[in-house]
Design a protein around this ligand. Structure first.
Ligand code: SAH
Length: 218
């Protein structure tokens, strides 16, 4: 498989044509090897225009959705970013390419461990990974200039709003367990305003300020 070629085609056909135009974001998608983050039997589909299963009932989002979320964060290079939902670690790697400090929380230990060792092996040694309920945020390193939630929430969890720095941006899918809207929240002088970017479908955000366990499996 010529993954480099597939990666270039993905950037052109799925990202640029749909309006991803931040040059730093595009350069990152040309670079990061998505095939390394999916199970062996799905590597041939790593650059397909759809989400893929990563085990434990979870998914790695479609490349376009990862790019749209990343672009919406408006990263310049020195922000402290909190990601909720490490999953495969692909989005984490993308963030680590684009900014100095990345903290990522995942509730499923096996996924977290796998992503942690892969990210270390790939040289992303500064990323900090934590197994916990990310709806509570990660108080220790707060406040964050950016927060990205990669699972579908009922509403923006209050601890995350609290841990977002003033002038900060939080990107989060909000809606029901089977369909959401990707929202961008901006905090200014303690107040948050949101705008909707796109319709989307994510696995549920499960936790104290999210859905209860078992939801979405019916
Ligand atoms: N960003 C990931 C997408 C993973 S899917 C990637 O690129 O592969 C969403 C992830 O969110 C799943 O791994 C799921 O276990 C996790 N998740 C759901 N609720 C969570 C919570 N409250 N805290 C942390 N992680 C959570």
């Amino acid at each position: 498989m010529d993954y480099k070629k597939l990666r270039q085609e993905m950037v052109k056909d799925q990202l640029i044509t749909r309006g991803i135009n931040d040059e730093r974001v595009l350069a990152t998608f040309y670079k990061v090897e998505r095939e390394k983050f999916v199970p062996c039997d799905l590597q041939k589909d790593a650059y397909g225009d759809f989400p893929l299963s990563i085990g434990e009932g979870q998914t790695i989002s479609q490349p376009y959705m990862v790019a749209l979320m990343t672009q919406s964060l408006e990263l310049k290079g020195c922000e402290r970013v909190l990601e909720i939902g490490t999953g495969s670690g692909y989005q984490t790697a993308i963030l680590a390419e684009l900014t100095e400090e990345v903290y990522s929380v995942e509730r499923i230990k096996s996924l977290s461990q796998k992503a942690d060792s892969l990210l270390k092996k790939m040289g992303y040694s500064k990323v900090k990974i934590f197994v916990s309920d990310g709806t509570m945020g990660w108080e220790k390193y707060s406040p964050y200039e950016r927060i990205l939630v990669t699972a579908g929430a009922k509403q923006a969890p209050q601890p995350l709003i609290n841990q977002l720095k003033d002038e900060g941006i939080m990107v989060i899918p909000v809606g029901s367990t089977y369909s959401q809207e990707l929202k961008v929240f901006r905090k200014k002088k303690g107040r948050v305003r949101s705008k909707t970017v796109e319709r989307c479908i994510f696995v549920p955000l499960i936790g104290k300020y999210g859905w209860s366990e078992g939801v979405g499996n019916e």
